[in-house]
Design a protein around this ligand. Structure first.
Ligand SMILES: Nc1ncnc2c1ncn2[C@@H]1O[C@H](COP(=O)(O)OP(=O)(O)OP(=O)(O)O)[C@@H](O)[C@H]1O
Ligand SMILES: [Mg+2]
Length: 258
C-alpha cells in the first residue's frame, strides 16, 4: 500500500486467544481511504476473529485499533459504528418476523427488538425524523435491489438476500468503512453478480471496504490487494494474481484439508 494514502482503519499487533488457542497471533492490517482490500485464508485462520476485534465486538488481548486515526481499542461496536465503521456478519440473523423495511429501519435505531420495534420507533423519533428515516430506508432498499421484497418478512429471504438486507441495515448509519464477512457464501450465481456489483458501486461512492471471502474469482475481480492469513498471522499479501499463485498460500490451504 502507498503509505502516503490516508489510513481509515488500522489494526496493529492484534492478539486474541480462546482457551489457550491463539486465534489471532500478532496480526496487523491497514485499510486506506477508498481501498477495497481482501482478507483470505483457510478455515480457522482467524479472519472473523480479526473482524470482530476491528469492529469492536471482541476486545483484543493485546494490540491497538485505530479508526480514522483515533485509538478505538477499548470502544464497543456501537461507538465504532458512530465513527463510521460498519460490519456484516458471516451468518446474518435478521429479525425473521419483521419485514425487510422494518429490519432496515432498525439500522436507524440504537436498539431494536421484534416486539418493541413499533413503540421504540414512535417514541424515540419525531415524525420528521421518522419520515426521513423511511425515505432513506426505501432509497437503500432500492440501491440494493430488494424493492420487490420490501414488505415481505425477512424469513422468506434467501441466504444472499439476507446478506443484502444486512448490508442495507448497516448503510442506514452512513458508514465510511465497511467490513464484509463472506458476502458470497451460499449465494446463488445471479445474486452473486448483483452483490459484487453493489460492493463495487459502494466503493465507487468512496466507501472503504475490507472483504473476507473464500471465492477467489470474486476477490480477483473486486480487490487490488489481498492479505492472506494463516494460523492467526499474515502469511503474505499482494495482488490477487500473485497470492493465488503463491506456493506458500497453496500449502496453507492444502494443510487445511488434512
Ligand atoms: N468464540 C470462540 N470461542 C472459541 N474458539 C473460537 C471462537 N471464535 C473462534 N474460535 C476459534 O478461533 C480460530 C479462528 O476462528 P475464526 O472464526 O476467526 O476463523 P476464520 O478464518 O474466520 O474461519 P472461516 O473461514 O471458517 O470462517 C478457530 O480455531 C476457531 O475455532
Ligand atoms: Mg470466518
Amino acid at each position: 500500500m502507498d503509505r502516503t494514502q490516508h489510513v481509515v482503519l488500522a489494526g496493529r499487533d492484534l492478539c486474541r486467544s480462546f482457551q489457550g488457542l491463539r486465534a489471532v497471533d500478532g496480526m496487523s492490517l491497514s485499510l486506506a481511504q477508498g481501498e477495497l482490500l481482501g482478507l483470505i485464508g483457510p478455515n480457522g485462520a482467524g479472519k472473523t476473529t480479526m473482524f470482530n476485534m476491528l469492529a469492536g465486538s471482541l476486545l483484543p488481548s493485546s494490540g491497538q485499533i485505530e479508526v480514522m486515526g483515533t485509538n478505538v481499542t477499548t470502544e464497543g461496536a456501537e461507538k465504532r459504528l458512530g465513527r463510521g465503521l460498519g460490519r456484516t456478519f458471516q451468518i446474518p440473523r435478521p429479525f425473521a418476523r419483521m419485514t425487510v423495511l422494518e429490519n432496515v429501519l432498525c439500522g436507524a435505531q440504537k436498539q431494536c427488538g421484534e416486539s418493541v420495534f413499533g413503540a421504540a420507533f414512535r417514541i424515540g423519533a419525531s415524525r420528521r425524523d421518522e419520515a426521513q428515516a423511511l425515505e432513506k430506508a426505501r432509497h437503500i432498499i432500492d440501491f440494493l435491489l430488494l424493492t420487490h421484497l420490501i414488505d415481505q418478512p425477512a424469513s422468506v429471504l434467501s441466504g444472499g438476500q439476507r446478506k443484502l438486507l444486512e448490508l442495507a441495515r448497516i448503510l442506514m448509519a452512513d458508514p465510511k468503512v465497511i467490513l464484509l464477512d463472506e458476502p458470497a457464501a451460499g449465494v446463488n450465481p445471479s445474486l452473486l453478480e448483483q452483490i459484487m456489483e453493489r460492493i463495487t458501486a459502494l466503493n465507487a461512492q468512496g466507501v472503504s471496504i475490507l472483504l473476507i471471502e473464500h471465492n477467489m474469482d470474486m476477490m480477483a475481480r473486486l480487490c487490488t490487494r489481498v492479505v492472506v492469513m494463516a494460523l492467526g498471522r499474515e502469511l503474505t499479501q499482494g495482488t490477487p494474481g500473485s497470492v493465488i499463485g503463491d506456493p506458500g498460500v497453496m500449502q496453507a490451504y492444502l494443510g487445511d484439508t488434512e
